[in-house]
Write a new protein. Structure first.
Ligand SMILES: Nc1ncnc2c1ncn2[C@@H]1O[C@H](COP(=O)(O)OP(=O)(O)OP(=O)(O)O)[C@@H](O)[C@H]1O
Ligand SMILES: [Mg+2]
Length: 246
């Protein structure tokens, strides 16, 4: 638990460190990253896909549906402000359609390098996005877990599944969320060691985070003095240094 919260605070930190062009994608069908960031997206990628599909059905087979879809996505689904760009993938009730959303996301990720320096994805919980997406160019995969057996098991399974599938993820980075007890932190350290992945750091339970969420306020507005933000900011600074990202 804590993926979306971590993503939001990582974005806040990135915006303060780097002038890089940034695209954020909410790839969880139960999307809530936009709310957490306090932004309002015009529409979702899945809605644009549905609309384009209905339009293309009436056209001859030779019609360039891909080009139309791509144009419509940028034109209708992209949220832009002076700091970052944002897409919500959304969900569909149509049969078999999730495959299409998934294909579109894979296509976008493969073709975005020329537009953005950095792309951040907030994924759904669990393993499906790993097994579905063996062709996506993902450089860093942050694994956020709370101190629970379920969380630890999911981390273990994601890493093992990625090895089994020879997925193209370059690096896993483990983050503990809501870790206050030192014994729990030690268990997390052992997990990282066991899986041979880096433990980036741990974030404590923070009432300000819970309060901000409950109030419906943007996590981007959380004070710079928030210990949780400072922790994530320190994690990011260290990471940018290690990876030599200016
Ligand atoms: N460090 C923290 N301290 C206090 N509350 C937190 C902390 N991290 C997350 N929360 C709260 O826990 C809830 C779940 O967090 P979040 O939405 O980030 O998890 P998630 O992993 O994205 O969940 P999902 O699997 O549903 O997408 C939210 O209400 C959030 O405000
Ligand atoms: Mg989430």
């Amino acid at each position: 638990m804590g993926k979306t919260t971590f993503t939001a605070l990582l974005i806040k930190s990135l915006l303060s460190h780097s002038k890089k062009s940034l695209l954020v994608i909410d790839a969880d069908p139960a999307s809530n990253l936009a709310e957490v960031l306090g932004i309002s997206v015009p529409t979702t990628v899945s809605k644009v896909i549905d609309k384009t599909k209905r339009y293309v059905e009436k056209k001859p087979d030779t019609y360039n549906a891909g080009a139309l879809l791509e144009y419509q996505l940028w034109d209708e689904a992209l949220f832009e402000n002076s700091s970052f760009n944002f897409l919500t993938m959304g969900y569909t009730t149509g049969r078999g359609c999730y495959c299409l959303i998934n294909e579109v996301l894979t296509y976008l990720l493969a073709n975005l390098k020329s537009y953005f320096d950095l792309v951040i994805l907030d994924e759904e919980a669990g393993l499906e996005h790993i097994s579905r997406n063996t062709k996506r160019p993902i450089n860093l995969n942050f694994l956020v877990t709370d101190p629970s057996q379920m969380g630890f098991q999911t981390v273990r399974r994601i890493v093992e599944l990625s090895h089994d599938l020879q997925s193209p993820i370059d690096k896993f980075l483990l983050v503990g969320n809501m870790f206050s007890d030192v014994h729990h932190q030690e268990s997390l350290r052992k997990l990282a060691q066991d899986l041979q992945i880096d433990l980036l750091g741990v974030i404590p339970f923070d009432n300000t985070i819970a309060h901000t969420n409950l109030q419906g306020d943007s996590l981007l507005e959380i004070p710079l003095t928030s210990p949780t933000y400072q922790k994530i900011d320190a994690i990011l600074s260290q990471l940018l240094k290690t990876l030599k990202i200016p």
